[in-house]
Design a protein around this ligand. Structure first.
Ligand SMILES: [Ca+2]
Length: 358
């Protein structure tokens, strides 16, 4: 009996001391002042993973963290902070500890470059096969003749080239010089008054950009204008295409600045409408965009099937999608335009491609 009581007492004491220890431990843990992450910006490719690590400060504070993704369709995060890229685009991973939060921006399938403090992103467009052109009754004859095209992987600009980026590369802003229309000016608006020749000729924008970023490019790649096929495949969302009429939606007002919502007065800052399936902005509307190809109305009849680069010669260069002054039909993913390569006006800008050098 005596022994039993002793055992009971001993167990009781053990439990009480355990409770006291836990209470002491918990009550002595300081409040969390701050939570920090090992990364605040991530660039991943689809299916890639990255281990985020959080540290709560002071170090003696609880290290328990809750993880949340702002867009689980783009990237997911598990209970241990392991991030997995699901589809192209951008989202934010939030780490929460008590009432403190920390964030990591995650960009899927993009590469960031910087010229004189101006950052720009290139979006990966995985190669694939698609039907270029359309049967739509709204289309012009040169936009019809749907035909199969296969493209190798390339990158394309997340936005049109901005006035800030042009200035960082060329040291001038033609849009500031050539017009008094204030609605065309702004460092985050597309650059205007740049001809195809200004971009592609020797010592033009592409030459200079390729020189400045020579040691930052993926091996064998250089900046170029997108071909019409590269432009259209990216506008259609590449392998993630939902077959929208406009780039990213069937509702033009969600994705494009065009005549009905700009009044034709001028461009808007890039990236102020919704992106498309690949996380690319303003492919429909805002500014027309020079492409590499010479223009020929019947080119679709005899286009090369793999990585087409347009006719061998011509008098006009192609440009794609209507800008802020266009009607909706001019903003469809299939819409084509053309102008002499010397044209420098308040309507045509461009978007970069990053392609395997030939
Ligand atoms: Ca555009």
């Amino acid at each position: 009996m005596y022994t039993n009581i002793k055992i009971f007492s001993s167990k009781r004491i053990t439990i009480i001391s355990l409770i006291l220890t836990i209470y002491f431990f918990v009550s002595c843990q300081p409040d969390i002042d701050k939570i920090t992450l090992n990364q605040t910006n991530l660039e991943l490719n689809v299916n890639e993973t990255f281990q985020l690590k959080a540290v709560n400060e002071p170090k003696k504070a609880s290290q328990i963290v809750e993880w949340v993704s702002s867009k689980p369709n783009i990237a997911v995060v598990n209970d241990n902070g392991l991030v997995k890229a699901i589809s192209p685009g951008e989202c934010e991973i939030k780490a929460i500890a008590n009432d403190k939060e920390a964030f990591c921006k995650v960009f899927i399938n993009s590469k960031t470059f910087k010229v004189n403090e101006v950052e720009f992103k290139m979006i990966t467009v995985e190669g694939g096969t698609f039907i270029m052109g359309t049967n739509s009754d709204e289309a012009f004859e040169d936009e019809k003749i749907p035909h199969e095209v296969t493209l190798s992987t390339y990158y394309i600009g997340e936005t049109e080239v901005t006035q800030a980026l042009w200035n960082a590369v060329m040291g001038n802003i033609p849009t500031q010089i050539n017009t008094s229309v204030s609605d065309l000016k702004g460092e985050n608006r597309p650059i205007f008054f740049v001809s195809w020749n200004d971009i592609c000729n020797t010592n033009g924008f592409l030459d200079k950009l390729n020189t400045i970023l020579a040691d930052k490019l993926p091996i064998g790649y250089s900046f170029a204008l997108p071909t019409e096929a590269q432009w259209e495949y990216a506008a259609r969302g590449g392998k993630y295409s939902q077959n929208y009429k406009y780039s990213g939606s069937d509702n033009i007002d969600e994705v494009a600045w065009y005549i009905n919502n700009t009044g034709g007065k001028g461009s808007k800052d890039v990236k102020t409408k919704m992106p498309n399936e690949l996380g690319i902005y303003d492919m429909s509307g805002n500014a027309g965009e020079w492409c590499y190809d010479w223009y020929h109305p019947y080119y679709y009849y005899n286009s090369e099937k793999v990585d087409p680069t347009g006719p061998d010669e011509g008098s006009d260069r192609t440009n794609r999608n209507g800008g802020f002054r266009a009607k909706a039909t001019g903003c469809a993913v299939w819409s084509r335009f053309y102008d002499p390569p010397t044209t420098a006006d308040d309507f045509i800008s461009f978007r970069l491609a990053l392609v395997k050098s030939k």
